[in-house]
Design a binder for this molecule. Structure first.
Ligand code: NAP
Length: 340
């Protein structure tokens, strides 16, 4: 399997490191030995290497902030579309930054790659939340796969569970889909102010310098729209889903709730209703008996409800370069096994 990486930031680097560490095991266990034949990144440059790049050197180039052009035969001057076309890759791994309003630049790259007959794996929520069904249809039309395990709960397997482990329709999903806000709420409950909790989250790398997308609920909104449309078979646009973040919560109330048998969480929910699939994001005061109330810190969790299982709750990491890189690798392995 030949791979072309579009976007080589934190997740790209995490993916390369995980592949480097577990490549031997993957080859032995599954006969799976992917080669990275092209990388294109706005900041770090471009390289084409038909024989495959050395993973240790590729990781070192990221750590030392060196131009990727030094690693291969050619590359400089090509844009993403030319790299996708000329790399002869079987799979395009799209890892550019998320734009929840337009889905670009990823949406354009993904459409082009699928229409060229290449599989696509992405961790970018924008194109999946906005155009997920269209992109899946395009993939089917061209006989290739479009996979996005890393878009929700990062490397904690969710779509593969839904695709391969369940045999009945899911009625409802509800979960903690944003680790940053969960970390903030946990810290506030322990007595920190909102500003202190945010500063600590930023120090630990959980929160961006501009935390708006997390604390206003937009990140959780994109993820619940993905689940509503692609798991519950709904047809929602992000702008139609009611969304409140955590900035309006009273910190004293967050601290007091556990003494009364409750805990505040930012909950994203999607469910089938008489009016079709509906979704919402907002803070909820959950009883401590709810499994979601027991999930603290930067973890994510999702409860799936279906007949005859009742409720199944997944808990795991929802962000981080290597954790998200693992989702990319799991998607590639699924394609490899499907191709066989
Ligand atoms: N980090 C996580 O834990 C995590 C978890 C789940 C999902 N994700 C998603 O995964 C994707 C990648 O995340 P990340 O953390 O790796 O982001 P990142 O560190 O910002 O890396 C993205 C890279 O893509 C480059 N880029 C921007 N526009 C491009 C274009 N048109 N063509 C080629 N390269 C371009 C960026 O260059 P510039 O810096 O010069 O713009 C940057 O080097 C995002 O969509 C993110 O939302 C991330």
């Amino acid at each position: 399997m030949r791979l072309c990486l579009i976007g080589y930031g934190r997740v790209g680097y995490g993916f390369v490191r995980v592949l480097h560490r577990h490549g031997g095991w993957l080859a032995q266990r599954f006969g799976f030995a992917p080669r990275i034949v092209a990388v294109h990144d706005l900041r770090r440059g471009t390289v084409l290497a038909p024989a495959g790049l050395d993973l240790a050197r590729l990781a070192a180039a990221w750590e030392e902030n060196r131009d990727l052009g030094e690693l291969g035969e050619r590359g400089p001057g090509l844009d993403a579309f030319a790299v996708i076309r000329e790399s002869e890759a079987d799979v395009v791994v799209e890892l550019t930054p998320t734009d929840l309003r337009t889905g670009e630049p990823a949406a354009g790259h993904i459409r082009f790659a699928l229409a060229s007959g290449k599989h696509v794996v992405t961790t970018n929520k924008g194109p999946v939340a906005l155009f997920g069904k269209e992109l899946l249809a395009l993939a089917r039309e061209h006989g290739v796969q479009f996979r996005f395990e890393g878009t929700v709960m990062a490397g904690t397997p969710l779509f593969s569970l839904v695709d391969f482990g369940l045999a009945a329709p899911i009625r409802r999903v509800r979960g903690i889909l944003n680790g940053t806000t969960n970390f903030l709420l946990t810290a506030m409950e322990a007595g920190r102010t909102y500003a202190e909790a945010l500063a600590e989250a930023q120090r630990r790398g959980y929160a961006e310098a501009d935390p708006t997308a997390d604390v206003e609920g937009h990140d959780a909104l994109a993820k619940i729209v993905i689940l509503a449309n692609l798991v519950l078979e709904g047809d929602l646009r992000p702008s139609e889903v009611p969304c409140r973040g955590i900035t309006g919560l009273d910190p004293a109330e967050v601290r007091r709730a556990p003494r009364e048998g409750f805990r505040w969480k930012l909950v994203a929910e999607a469910r089938r209703s008489a009016d079709g699939v509906v979704a919402q994001v907002g803070p909820e005061r959950l009883p401590l008996s709810d499994p979601l109330a027991q999930v603290g810190g930067a973890l994510n969790a999702l409860t799936l409800e279906l007949d005859p299982l009742g409720a199944v709750t997944l808990v795991g990491p929802g962000a981080g370069p290597e954790v998200t890189g693992h989702a990319v690798l799991a998607d590639l392995l699924a394609i490899h096994r499907g191709l066989r």
